[in-house]
Design a protein around this ligand. Structure first.
Ligand code: PBG
Length: 334
């Protein structure tokens, strides 16, 4: 092996030389995390209480409208490019069809309109999926056996995306994994005059156990009947992720996402290498919970694991990371 290397070997070459001082490490570092890489994941609710803690996500909250606006201003002033907003819907408003998703005066449209007014230079992204709004916890419409219906769901998602765009969403992010929704949403947005609203597709989204704490945060866990394996991807698959991404790009996705994050960095790398398009990864609730729990126990150094994991996403090829840690990371990077 050694004789084929084009470089001089030990002792002429000592790899540790470039690691000996902070300045050398900075000079040779390949990947640097920046605030520009961060998308803040944030849960909002309709009540008065400013911050409701989420049990399974220490130091993460459901924010009231007023508090969400304050956080948006903070994010904007820290230079975070975009916030991804997720709603906790009052269980009394949930039904089988997710009707509340189509209420123009509902939680999401009202909050993002207010955030947009208060922080005009901050990008706002909204999820397109019905799970926060359905009493069965699935991302779309289901039949009597609990099977998610593809084509009727697409129609609902198009209506939801247009409503979000009208309220001020800059990027809509279909997270439901039905087939054909990206193309339909693109056509719907264009038809409604929202040519400049971008689509970040949850293109390679896996049926993962790492979403558990998020489902607590938005209150869909208790509601969820069955699992999401008939629409989300099997964790053993990787080629299929490329197929999914290819289709979503063909349908008009501007940005693609891989989700979850840390356990799926090989997928991020393959997608980035294969397509060379804006590629994002979601550091999901379960990853956050897992590390925060260990941090709370004093088993992990919080500041270091936050910055390390976020940097690793970027090293793997992500152009940005959707993370509950965006504020902490941005403060650290400031
Ligand atoms: C569902 C949705 C999920 C997340 C974002 N949108 C979970 C799911 O598919 O059940 C997960 C976010 C997280 O775990 O942090 N439309």
């Amino acid at each position: 092996m050694t004789q084929h290397l084009p470089y001089a070997a030990y002792p002429a070459t000592r790899m540790r030389r470039n690691r000996l001082h902070d300045w050398r490490r900075r000079l040779t570092r390949e990947t640097k995390l920046s605030t520009d890489d961060l998308i803040l994941a944030m849960v909002v609710h309709d009540g008065q209480e400013a911050r409701i803690p989420v049990d399974s996500m220490p130091a993460t909250f459901r924010y009231s409208h007023t508090e969400a606006v304050a956080v948006a201003q903070e994010a904007e002033s820290l230079g975070i490019p975009m916030i991804a907003v997720f709603p906790f819907i009052d269980p009394a408003l949930k039904d089988a069809k997710g009707s509340e998703a189509f209420n123009a005066n509902g939680l999401v449209p009202e909050v993002i309109a207010a955030m947009k007014r208060a922080a005009p230079n901050l990008g706002l992204m909204t999820d397109v999926a019905l799970d926060p709004f359905t009493n069965h916890g699935h991302d779309g419409l289901i039949d009597d056996n609990g099977m998610m219906l593809n084509d009727p769901t697409i129609e609902a998602l198009v209506a939801q995306a247009i409503l979000e765009a009208r309220a001020g969403a800059d990027v809509v992010a279909p997270s439901d994994m039905t087939d054909g929704r990206v193309g339909a949403i693109r056509a719907g947005l264009d038809g409604a005059g929202f040519q400049d609203v971008a689509i970040m597709s949850y293109a390679a989204k896996y049926a993962s156990a790492f979403y558990g704490p998020y489902r607590d945060a938005i209150g869909s866990q208790r509601a969820l009947k069955g699992d999401k394996k008939t629409y989300q991807m099997d964790p053993g698959n990787s080629d299929e992720a490329l197929h999914e991404v290819a289709l979503d790009l063909h349908e008009g996705a501007d940005m693609v996402m891989v989700k979850p994050g840390l356990a799926y960095l090989d997928i991020v790398r393959r997608v980035k290498d294969a397509f060379g398009v804006p590629t994002y990864a979601f550091q999901v609730s379960g990853e956050y919970a897992m590390m925060e729990a260990a941090i709370a126990n004093g088993w992990l150094d919080g500041e270091r694991v936050r910055m390390e994991t976020l940097t690793c996403f970027k090293r793997a090829g992500a152009d940005g990371i959707i993370t509950y840690w965006a504020l902490e990371a941005a403060k650290r990077l400031a």
